[in-house]
Structure formats: C-alpha cells, structure tokens
Design a protein around this ligand. Structure first.
Ligand code: ZN
Length: 259
C-alpha cells in the first residue's frame, strides 16, 4: 500500500498537492461549523447550516467553500447581513496547511494525523481568540489522535509517556500560580501524548516566544489588554514543532552537544 502511494505521489506530485488543498478547504468549512457552534453548545451535525442573522437555511450552492462567499459577495442571500470573512480565511488557511503538511511529511500515515492535528489547533486558536475558552471536546480529539499515533511510534514509548505526565505536572504548577488557565493545561497534556516530551516542550517554547512578541506589540501599538489568550500561539508553536521539530531538535543537539 505504502509503495503504491509512493509511486503515484512521485509521478503526479502536483495532483497530490491540489488534492490536499481542496480536501483541506472542504474540511475547513466543517471547522467553521465547529468554531461557531461549539462555544454555543449547538450540535455540529444535526442542525442544518443556517444564516447567523436571519436563520435562513442555506442551499447547496451557498455552501461551496470560498466560492460561495465570493459569489454571494460576502452577504446572506436572504437578509443581506454581512457574512464574516472569517469563514473564507479559515477554509483557505486549513487548505494551505494541509498542503504544507503533505509537502513536509510526504505520503505516510503521520501526514493524515498531523493534518487533523493542525485543523484541531486552528479551531482551538480561533475559539480561544474569540471567547477565551479552549474547547474540551477538541482537546479530547487531539488526545485520541495522539493515542493512534502512539501505536505507529511505539518505539518512542518513553518520550510519549513522559510527554503528558511532565506537561500535566508542569501546568498544574503554572495554573496554581495563575500563570496559565485550565484549558492550557488540558491542551498541553494532550499535545504531550501526540508529540512526546521533547517536541511538545519545543512547541511550547516556540509558542511562548511568538506569543510574547505579538502580545507585547499589541499591548504597545493597539492598547490591547494585559490578559493573554494563549491558545492561538500554542497552536502555532505545536504546528511548527510537529512539522520541523524533529529536524530542529537534531540540529540543536548536533550543534551544542556533539563536539
Ligand atoms: Zn440571513
């Protein structure tokens, strides 16, 4: 099966990128449903797609990702209420991220798991930025992905076992001193299982660096509040670590511990 996928991928590489992009965009439109409905505790499967302003049920041609937004010129066909450009941005971002994961990781099981992970982190990042909450069902989803990934990487069992344990202990202390929220604790524990201790720690550091740079700039230039919503930055840090963390770790060890 693996050889078969490799042959197709090496002979028609462009096709695979287009496929990853389009599939990512389609999944992105489901992510929008999660982003708007999970904080309101609405069902993500049962309730049909509807306008947020007038409740008009959307026809199939109003549900085509990206294209419908352009075709409807960003307005509901019923009440003419503006549709948030966030729909389009989330769909496109997810499509580009899925193509990027395929570009970095190639045709393997890990690619699909990491694609699902970055989608989950995208949902968490947007919901945290909007509401200040990290949705627990998505954290559980990441934990399940991590458990599946552990089956394929059982040789790294110690790292994968230490990941959630160390993250849980570290964040329990941080939450105790009010430096982090309970949502961050749950997310980082699940990420510890997915990435293992080394890469999770690396992702955490990257997230902290990017988060402090952006947050301090926002506080200075945009007069943003002191309170930091950490979810989006953790999402970026963990995504970078999942894609390039192993290479970064190897480079660092080689540079500083191999004379
Ligand atoms: Zn409407």
């Amino acid at each position: 099966m693996k050889e078969y996928v490799d042959i197709i991928a090496s002979e028609t590489p462009a096709l695979f990128y287009v496929f990853a992009l389009l599939f990512g965009i389609a999944v992105g439109s489901f992510l929008n449903v999660c982003i708007f409905r999970i904080p309101k505790k609405e069902s993500i499967v049962v309730v049909p797609s509807h306008c947020m302003s007038c409740g008009k049920k959307l026809k199939w041609w109003e549900l085509v990702p990206v294209f419908s937004y352009i075709f409807l010129r960003g307005k509901c066909s019923g009440c003419k209420a503006k549709i948030s450009p966030q729909y389009c941005i989330v769909e496109l971002s997810n499509g580009l991220l899925w193509a990027l994961v395929y570009f970095v990781k190639g045709a393997q099981v890990d690619t699909i798991l990491i694609q699902l992970l970055v989608s989950a982190l995208l949902v968490i990042g947007v919901i945290d930025a909007r509401t200040g909450e990290i949705p627990f069902p998505i954290v559980i989803f990441i934990g399940v992905l991590g458990a599946i990934r552990a089956i394929f990487h059982h040789e790294a069992w110690l790292d994968l076992l230490l990941g959630p344990v160390v993250m849980f202990v570290l964040f329990t202390v941080l939450v105790f001193f009010n430096a982090m929220g309970g949502g961050d604790l749950k997310l980082c524990t699940a990420m510890g299982l997915f990435l293992g201790l080394k890469l999770c720690f690396l992702g955490l550091i990257i997230g902290c660096i990017i988060g402090s740079i952006i947050h301090v700039s926002l506080m200075i230039f945009k007069k943003a509040g002191r309170e930091l919503k950490f979810g989006p930055y953790l999402g970026i840090g963990f995504t970078v670590s999942a894609l390039w963390g192993a290479d970064m770790w190897a480079w660092y060890m080689d540079k500083f511990f191999n004379f």
